[in-house]
Design a protein around this ligand. Structure first.
Ligand code: HEC
Ligand SMILES: [Cu+2]
Length: 329
């Protein structure tokens, strides 16, 4: 004895880490949410034990012939008022007292110093993420990855491009709906540099589960460099002329590549070679991965809104894949 509960507990707690765990907070707003969760768990465990205890005690209750009926009624009323009104009332007030400030942290309120935090715009599409960085020096657009400065609040302006999606970085804070035709705002902050998982949190169609967003918090100066590199990408790599021509013919109407095409129906591919994943988290980016995605994307992510490229042979797809891999700032 003694070992088994410990094993069980460690198994249970093993579920508390991981890139999507709200119990492993990495920012102030998420920390409030996690504390609230632990507080609720403890309080409700106590209530549960209390209810079970009272229930068991009721079985052993003996008659009290010395009590008059009115005395019995008064005792019963005490239980009803205490357990039915007082206890829930106090619990709800306590929840509000801790829950409202936790929610407040997620609101894009003015900062004490009067300055406004950086804004990042995120648009949910079936089934990929468009991320825009408005900036006086020039807007940067990318997809399926989100870079943010660590150690400072960032305001996210989110919306839906087609249907309702939801933006959720569990280790940084609560989730928020992305509604077509409306911009919702949420403030998140990461304590330290790191990589966090994010996932569409509102069912949005067949491939909802394969709508992952790679979130990376960086030191502020590293983030500025990241942005600057994407604002002025290097010239196109030598060679790859055939690949570029095929791309302009077959892909350009849906995809933007800085300086080459302007399609907006699919993800911006200007920095695709530098991404961590492909297809919103469907596969890891490595040599040859783009060609494989192009050949098999309807099998890897059935029903996704990019048509199968049946009219192109393997050689052409491999050439495009090799060229796209060179697109990195
Ligand atoms: C009808 C519009 C359309 C056309 C044409 C099209 N695509 Fe796509 N493409 C999409 C959409 C939509 C996605 C996102 C699919 C998903 O992940 O759900 C996508 C995804 C991709 C991705 C993965 C992007 C990422 O961020 O992971 C690559 C690479 C890509 N397309 C390349 C191409 C190439 C190369 C061609 C031409 C041979 C092409 N596409 C033609 C719409 C299109
Ligand atoms: Cu979804």
């Amino acid at each position: 004895m003694g070992v088994k509960p410990a094993v069980l507990l460690s198994l249970l707690l093993a579920g508390c880490t991981g890139e999507h765990s709200i119990l492993d907070p990495a920012g102030p707003a998420a920390r409030d949410v996690a504390w609230l969760w632990w507080g609720m768990l403890s309080a409700f465990s106590l209530v549960f034990l209390g209810v079970v205890g009272t229930w068991l005690a009721a079985f052993r209750r003996r008659e009290h012939p010395e009590r008059s009926p009115s005395e019995e009624r008064r005792l019963a009323l005490r239980w009803i008022l205490g357990g039915g009104i007082l206890l829930p009332g106090v619990t709800i007030l306590l929840l509000l007292a801790f829950g409202v400030p936790a929610g407040q942290r997620l609101l894009p309120l003015p900062l004490p110093g009067g300055e406004s935090p950086r804004t990042i715009e995120v648009v949910g599409h079936q089934w990929w993420w468009e991320v825009r960085y408005p900036d006086e020096a020039g807007e940067v657009v990318t997809a399926n990855q989100l870079a943010m400065p660590a150690g400072e609040p960032v305001d996210f302006h989110v919306t839906g491009g087609d249907v309702i999606h939801a933006f959720w970085v569990p280790r940084l804070g609560g989730k928020i709906d992305m509604l077509p035709g409306r911009v919702n705002r949420i403030r998140l902050e990461a304590d330290d540099p790191g990589v966090f998982g994010a996932q569409c949190a509102e069912f949005c169609g067949a491939q909802h589960a394969r709508m992952h967003l790679h979130v990376e918090a960086m030191a502020p100066e590293e983030f500025e460099a990241w942005l600057a590199a994407r604002r002025s990408p290097p010239a196109q790599a030598e060679g790859h002329d055939v690949a570029r021509e095929t791309f302009v013919e077959h892909c350009a109407r849906c995809h933007r590549v800085e300086g080459l095409s302007d399609g907006r129906e699919g993800p911006d591919l200007s920095d695709i070679g530098s991404r961590a994943t492909l297809g919103a988290g469907v596969m890891a980016m490595e040599e040859g991965a783009i060609a494989r995605w192009l050949a098999e994307h309807q099998r890897l992510k059935p029903g996704n809104h990019m048509p199968a490229h049946d009219q192109l042979d393997t050689e052409a797809l491999e050439a495009i894949g090799a060229w796209l891999e060179t697109l990195r700032p």
